[in-house]
Every structure is written in structure tokens, then in C-alpha cells.
Design a protein. Sequence first.
Length: 401
Amino acid sequence: MSEILARHCFACGSSELETFWRVDSIPAHCVLLMRTRAEAIGYPRGDLELAHCRACGFVQNSRFRKEVHEYSPRCEESQAFSGTFNRFAKELATEYLQRYHPRSVLEIGCGKGDFLALICELGGCTGIGIDPGLQPERVRDAAGGRIRWIVDFYDERWSALSADLVLCRHTLEHIQDVAAFVSTVHRSAPRDARSVVAFELPDLERILVEGAFWDVYYEHCSYFTLGSLARLFRRCGFAVERLEKCFGDQYLLVDARVDGRARASTPLPAEDDLVRTAQQVDRFRRAAPAALAAWRAWFAEAAARGEKVVLWGSGSKAVAFLTTLGLGDEVACVTDVNPYRHGMFVPGSGHEIVPPAELTRVRPARVVAMNPIYLDEIRADLAALGLHPQLVALGHPSGPA
Ligand SMILES: [Zn+2]
């Protein structure tokens, strides 16, 4: 167990923190590729202690230690192998282009660069992508060489990088000192009134309401609602221009400008969620253990009937689901549409990741989809393989919780 426990909120500095969920000894990394089962099982672990800040509504893992964490090209977080996800990405990119007409785009934490390449291609923009997990040789350079790729962490050293549209997608939730990070982006963002900073990250509200213990994992040390996100941005000097949910209400979007003094102190109606978040934290305290119990019973029933279970999706949700439930032989294998994950092993549980075609050999009676948004796509993929197992999803009426 870690001896280091944060006693202040990383978003607002308050000490009004209240712990509401704890899971000890979970894999410190969920999307890192493991080449052997032994490596997957032996991967470093850390503790999770979720604390809610009553002052600003932010939720953090107060036991997070960034030194046990690793970001490198071995990270495989890309969702670009799913048609559902690619349609969402294209819609989002088109919307940014129509809304802001950027000539240049900087993406902080661009992952494998799929989204940046897409938006630069669609909009004819120049681009700069920075991420420690970039593999420049894998980047789809449809934008015709107009993108500069930087394999590094974004921090003060890179504050001279600038663009009309500064994107930061699915990165802030991995950062412990969120106020310092957003302040750095604010200091380096152009003062030009045209320029916009746009962040996208998971929504805490849904996790709390669903008791979604599978959406809470070590790499995500920071969790936001619309309100706590907007409060942080305004505290760091941004004017919040847009605040909404997307991707089946799973993600939050915040668009902000540096040059917006007139609106900087005016909260948007969607920010008024402090009381609701406190109630939802209480709900999670009851809902998460209930969801754990329901899934345990579901797996026990499958085992009693001799029915094979396969997980569809091998990313962070699968790691959290397998680890928190302590599942081993109850799951025959894990499948994924991302070919870069095939033959690798899930951190923590050590399950092998197989191509979907392999399921014709496994012949599962039950398949658990890690994200309900892919249910139709998965059902079609299974049918194409001649398989018609019981298909359920996490956080969906099809499942037990
Ligand atoms: Zn706070």
C-alpha cells in the first residue's frame, strides 16, 4: 500500500476531500501492451482511493503516484479500428472545423495521431501532434506532410507551440496536477481572439450514476463533471465557451478562449452541478458494490452451467473489470478488433487477447461487451462469424448490473 496520500484537491486546492471508493493493488497501466502472460501478471501495481472534493466537485485518486506509471510507444490506446468510433471522430472533427475554421491545429496528447491526421486532412490545416506514445512510422499521413510529430510529454518546454485550435483529447484525466496543466496550456495558448482550446475527456457523472467500477482505473487519476471542469478552466483564466456531453453522454467537451474577459466569470447553466455530484457520489457508494455482486453472480451462473465467457474489448475497462472482480478462469479469453493487441496479454489478469475470428474455435456461450456503444457492431461481427452467443454490455440493461 502506498504511504503517499494527497490531502488537497488538485483542481482547487481545498482540503475538503472525502474518500468514497477504494481498490488496492490494481495494475498501474491498462493500455500498455504485454508480450507475455508473466509480464502481464507481474506488472507494477498501485492503489486507488477516490476522493470527492466538496468545494469544487472534482474527484481524484488520492493515492496516485505518477512514478509507477509508464507512457511509451508500447501504449495501445487507439480506438481507430472500430467503425462506430471512426464515425464519431469524423463528426467531431467536422464540427470543430465548421465552428472555428482553424488554419492550424495543435493536439496535446495526440495518442497515435489518428484524430489530428483526420482533422488536418478534412480541413486542409497544418498540424502539430505531441505525445510520448507516438509512433511516427504508424501515422497515417493523409494530410500530405503538413503535420509535425513530436514524441514527448507536453509541458512548459513546449509552451512555444501554438495553433488556431489547440486540442487535448482524453489526456487531462491522466494528469494528477490538473490545475498546473491547464494553467500551462493557458499561458502558452495564443492571445488571438480567433484561437480556441478544446478538451475532451470522460464524464464522471455517468460513472457515479451507473456504479461503473469498470470505468475507474489507475491511469485515470482525475475525474470531472461538466461543472468541475468548467470551474477549473475559469480558475485557470479561460472563458468557457462551450460545455456539453458527446459519444452517448460518455465524454465531456469544453471549448474555451484565452481572450474572453467578459465571459470569464459567468458560469454556464450546465456548471450548476455541485449538489448533484455530492448526491451521485453517495449513490456510487451503494451502486458500485451492488454492481460487483451482480456480476459475480452472473459469472458464477455461467460457470455452474459450463458456459464459456469472452470479453469483447481489451482496453482499460476490461482491465478494471477483470481486476476489480478478480476474474481468472471464469473468462476464457479477451478479444479485440485492434490488430496491434492480438497475441498480447491483459495487464493484471494475464488473459490473452485474440482476434475476433478466433472465437469460432472458442465458441463462447456468453460475450460481455466492454462498451454498450459498440453492441450493434459486435453483434454484426459475431453473426458474420456464425456465432450467436448471449451478448451483454457493461452499464447496459442487457447485463446484470
Ligand atoms: Zn476541489
